[in-house]
Design a protein around this ligand. Structure first.
Ligand code: FAD
Length: 511
């Protein structure tokens, strides 16, 4: 081979220009490696999903005539990509080594370091996946402290002409953002569509992973692995979402229930984060569906969906490259408490948390509000170390890749960046959870009580959070009102609340 090309497990983009022509002198290499299964304890479904998707991708390339060397776990003899590439270069003696730009800082550094070490030219190519360049967000917000999503999002809408009037500068309908129309609680009588599941026996691959001694978390049904892992399946999931869920996506985007794990969410993050689907094809498919079904799908639904993908997703990636590696160490509130043990089992009396964690262990999935306002919110109130929390989020979700996990966790959810991603911390008492879910009515704790032995822990911890961070947050104009409520409370009541919070913090593992 004259050229050796590496493809990482989250670079499964069949439409990439690399693959448009078959060149027998190009050898592609893909590998299941311990460095990737071991940098954090992953959910078993996540490892299975990545390996399956990689294997199908390699098979598809071969079918198209490309030359591919694929190493299953344990076959390559290498511990990491550096070792793998050095070994392959020695063996195949190519004249060039090429790779696609990684989306993870760790791998970006490792592969860049190969330049000059292999004795042959090394070149990196773009993955042709994202809609904005790595440094797009950094350039857009140059000189600003807070990076406001909305302005970036509008710019993306204009750049790509999505949901725009013909003039190219005004939004369709005259309104950019319909967030206010969304966010409804799920009525009991509202039917929830059955999630689209693909059925696959994964006993062999699970055996391989277990025999290799890889430590994992979460559950898996060996005969019924249901995530989409081929291009056809991912496209089918996309079509299913547009047809069955899109019309209520925005309305119930923030709703939480015991009645189902997915509601009207797309579950497309895995398909996109592995790059099997391109964000623009996801958006265009849904916009076309909306165009043809405006009697069924309202503008607020499609706008809300488009914003998540061309807005939030691109924005988070840009923040990652603007702020790494420092971002991974930020801890604005200096939180150091350990993560309660039950984050790993779901075994807590708090119904919202046992539901969110239980389904994360069962499905490697929780939707945005569960991640933000249940598991994230609670950890923030409790003062959990962002390092421990990052490890949890990075391991447990099917879609967890550092660029989008850490920015959401440290930035959006924990405010550990001190306000780059958000203008204030996302914290709430039980009030919000009661408003948006049906959990509180069947919970062991009382959502209305702040003190007493069955008072919902969210309530006292909420005030404790504000109290202990008055120095950092008291001057924030978006929070000032909460401090005035707290200051007006009677001294005895304040003391009781803080005592209750202290008790819960000391006994966090027993909640
Ligand atoms: P839908 O609700 O159907 O949304 C559609 C798509 O929009 C998603 O597939 C996703 O690509 C994109 N999107 C929505 N919100 C965000 C966001 N905040 N940031 C980036 N993209 C977004 N997303 C990940 O992909 N990987 C992660 O590791 C991850 N970790 C998170 C950790 C925390 C603490 C929080 C609060 C959010 C995290 N998110 C993460 C964002 C979001 O929760 C998931 O993208 C979403 O739940 C995936 O499910 P879905 O495909 O059904 O999304």
């Amino acid at each position: 081979a004259h050229t050796l090309r590496l493809i990482l497990g989250d670079q499964l983009n069949l439409q990439h220009s690399w693959f448009q022509e078959v060149d027998e002198g190009v050898c592609y290499v893909m590998a299941e490696l311990h460095s990737e299964t071991g940098y954090v304890r992953h959910h078993i479904q996540k490892i299975v999903g990545f390996f399956l998707a990689m294997r199908h991708f390699a098979a598809e390339l071969e079918k198209q005539g490309h030359r591919v060397i694929y190493f299953k776990l344990g076959e390559s003899g290498a511990d990491d990509f550096t070792g793998l590439i050095k070994h392959m270069v020695a063996e195949l003696k190519p004249q060039r080594f090429e790779y696609l730009l990684p989306d993870e800082y760790r791998l970006d550094q490792a592969l860049a370091a190969l330049d000059g070490e292999l004795g042959i030219p090394v070149a990196a190519a773009d993955t042709e996946h994202f809609l904005s360049p790595r440094d797009g967000v950094a350039r857009f917000f140059k000189g600003k402290k807070t990076y406001l999503l909305e302005s970036f999002y509008r710019d993306m809408r204009k750049q790509y002409g999505i949901l725009m009037e013909e003039d190219g500068v005004s939004p369709l309908t005259g309104q950019w953002n319909y967030d206010q129309d969304n966010r409804k609680k799920l009525p009991q009588k509202q039917d929830i569509p059955k999630p689209l599941h693909f059925r696959r026996d994964v006993s062999d691959i699970v055996n391989l992973i277990r025999e290799a001694g890889v430590e994992t978390i979460g559950h898996i049904d060996l005969e019924y692995f249901y995530w989409p892992v081929t291009r056809e399946e991912c496209l089918e999931l996309l079509a299913h979402f547009a047809r069955i869920q899109l019309h209520l996506f925005g309305t119930y985007q923030d709703a939480m229930t015991d009645r189902g794990y997915l509601l009207f969410h797309s579950k497309l993050s895995f398909a996109m984060n592995t790059k099997i689907l391109h964000p623009l094809e996801v958006v265009n498919t849904c916009v076309s569906y909306w165009e043809g079904h405006q009697d069924k799908v309202g503008i607020s639904q499609i706008e809300g969906f488009v914003r998540q993908i061309i807005g939030w997703r691109e924005y988070m990636r840009g923040i990652y490259w603007a702020k790494m590696p420092e971002f991974a160490g930020l801890n604005y509130f200096e939180h150091h408490a350990p993560l309660p043990d039950w984050y790993w089992t779901g075994d807590t009396k708090m119904k919202c948390l046992s539901t969110a964690i239980g389904q994360s262990l069962d499905h490697a999935y929780a939707h945005h509000i569960q991640r933000l306002m249940v598991t994230g919110n609670f950890a923030l109130l409790l003062g959990v170390s962002p390092d421990e929390l990052d490890e949890w989020y990075l391991g447990i979700y099917m879609d967890a890749i550092e660029w989008v996990e850490i920015t959401n966790t440290r930035g959006m959810s924990q405010f550990a960046d001190g306000g780059i991603v958000g203008t204030k911390p996302y914290v709430s008492s039980a009030n919000y959870i009661h408003k948006m879910s049906d959990h509180c009515s069947s919970c062991a704790y009382h959502h209305k009580e702040k003190t007493g032995h069955m008072a919902c822990p969210f309530n006292s911890l909420y005030w404790d959070f504000y109290d202990r961070h008055a120095g950092r947050l008291g001057k924030n104009p978006r929070i000032g009102m909460m401090y005035r409520v707290w200051e007006k409370m009677d001294a005895g009541q304040k003391e009781d609340i803080l005592k209750q919070a202290a008790y819960y913090k000391e006994n966090a593992n027993q909640l």
